[in-house]
Design a protein. Structure first.
Lengths: 327, 327
DNA sequence: GGGCCCGATGTTATCCATCACATTTCGCGA
DNA sequence: TCGCGAAATGTGATGGATAACATCGGGCCC
């Protein structure tokens, strides 16, 4: 509360407050030399816009609400990172609220908290179905986005699953396993579905499936009990890189070498993947880009422009490294 | 803009708008049965508080600005994660703005953006000195925090560096190297200083020092040229785990085995550290706790309570694993 | 030179919740 | 039953910006 208002500025500049307001909004109807005087007064007084007052009258805001779940995971974090950069470029601020995506009541409260804050739209970083549902239910109140589906194509994550699977079949693996993320997450389901479909389409079979919680710890626990030898499994896919890393550790603990005995492929392509031992084969998913895309499409909806101008998403790409090899 | 105001609610409940306002603020001076009628009207109309109007009149906000830099790194992200959880508990929202911490002008603009948004305080997640400086310069305008220093003690990160160093000397290493993060970051400098001081205090010497940018890629590049054999270095510390991981890979590439030829210890204790091969020895740093602590102390300052009630920070703890061994 | 028109600028009302103060209601003792 | 003080409730003004409308001043045309 510096307390400097447009009236103070107006007095110093020798104009009316309305002229100051017009200048601030970049209106055409201000003579250049008048603008200069206003700007000088603005600087001299250290004026700062009171966006609350602006909103109260005009209903315009440059704030977007974000429901964030599990910011301890690389996926949501990378998405968020993409969101913040894109938001900055478009002149928006993000209002972040942490939610427990497994608690419908908490999601609803968080949403209320955001909606009481005058935001122009809402984005869900936590793409668990609970959050998606909550958004869908109250989506009428404000523009909201919760997932990206490239027009007419499969979801990005489905493609990522497929790319991983095809890499394995290309290497000759037909008896495979898959360690998915929590299936309450859209991303986990899509990746799993894409993987399973591609394996089936190429005549292989997914002989084992597990459901982790994205964490390395969960993958390690599950990894110790995968019936690799019993079922003759030669390759395993994982829903994200953290799980792939711990999976490899769990297999190693059991005397199963990667990739000699079992190939393992992750998903995400975290920055460290190529420096691991063995270097982790994985599918890079452009989550920063996805975040930028979500933000752009939301802003497009808010500001009423077509929305086709958003940059194309980088498709999932195979990063073949040391943790996978021919059968 | 649902458009429901307290006047609408008041009409339905058969009271004055002021009574509704009092009820919303939890005032004592409302009879229970009146309160019920108001609540019923609130629900019936789907009223939502207009925080802009509230701010305009009362000057109160429950929003905090956050300057976020490098959200692609685990450190800042974990801090942010701690901030969001703590903020939620205290009833605050975080207004996040991405900044380029290497560009003073950009930091200043971001700060202006935040300050134009009616926030109760500002937190810098990007602890590069540029950001710290910008905050210090304009800190008079609003409560701001940019770093945590435990009263009367060394900074947490200095302790972390010391813990890593002492682990190495305990194992008999006296000729060591250190790969620091970018020294424009307080955290990087503290960790490096703590490490160097502890090594010196125990009669060892830091024969090589490098400065990475926190990224695995930078560490790999530097790792290929460390004169390990020439200088007789037997152990190397790294400013964070990402760099430690890539450092191990770079050494392996040169035929130097970890830990047999060289011990390597990281800092942070990322979730995957224990599942790597070799499992990464590191120093766990409670960055979530640090975030919670920063938020608490800021909120304490804002709300005017003593601030001593904040939970104690978990001190850095040695996680001795497979990447370090006796000389 | 007069009238018209348009761009630049000024004036007043308004957005919605809170503050400060005014008024009514209630409970209880005399 | 009345009066009093405290609690409950109501009334009007206010915060800082924008919207809508009014006015002023020139340039241009005839």
């Amino acid at each position: 509360m510096t307390g400097v208002t447009i009236y103070d500025v107006a007095k110093v500049a020798g104009v009316s407050h309305q002229t100051v307001s017009r200048y601030l909004r970049g209106s055409e109807h201000v003579r250049p030399e008048t603008g200069e005087r206003v700007q000088a007064a603005l600087d001299a007084l250290g004026y700062r816009l009171n966006s609350a007052a602006r909103y109260l009258r005009s209903g315009r805001v440059n704030r977007l609400g974000v429901l964030a779940h599990r910011l301890d995971l690389s996926g949501p974090v990378r998405l968020l990172n993409g969101l913040t950069s894109a938001a900055r470029e478009r002149g928006y601020l993000l209002d972040i609220v942490a939610v427990d995506g497994n608690d419908a009541h908490d999601v609803s409260r968080a949403l209320s908290l955001i909606l009481g804050q005058q935001v122009a739209g809402v984005i869900a970083v936590a793409q668990s179905t609970l959050v998606t549902q909550a958004i869908a239910e109250r989506g009428a109140e404000l523009p909201m986005v919760s997932d990206v589906t490239v027009e007419g194509e499969s979801p990005l994550n489905e493609i990522a699953g497929r790319v991983a699977a095809e890499h394995l079949t290309d290497l000759g693996h037909t008896r495979v396993g898959y360690l998915a993320g929590p299936l309450t997450w859209l991303a986990a389901r899509h990746r799993q579905d894409g993987f399973a479909q591609a394996i089936a389409a190429r005549g292989g079979s997914v002989l084992w499936q597990g459901e982790g919680d994205w964490s390395a710890a969960s993958a390690y626990a599950l990894g110790t009990s995968i019936p690799v030898r019993e079922l003759g499994i030669t390759a395993i896919g994982a829903g994200n890189d953290s799980m792939a890393i711990a999976l490899i550790a769990a297999l190693a603990r059991r005397g199963l070498r990667v990739p000699d005995d079992v190939s393992v492929i992750g998903t995400d392509d975290v920055a460290e993947a190529q420096y691991l031992q063995p270097a982790l084969s994985t599918v890079s998913v452009d989550q920063e880009g996805e975040g930028a895309h979500m933000l752009d499409s939301l802003v497009a909806r808010i500001e009423g422009w077509p929305g086709a101008g958003v940059p194309p998403l980088q498709p999932p790409r195979l990063m073949a490294r040391g943790s996978t090899t021919t059968r």
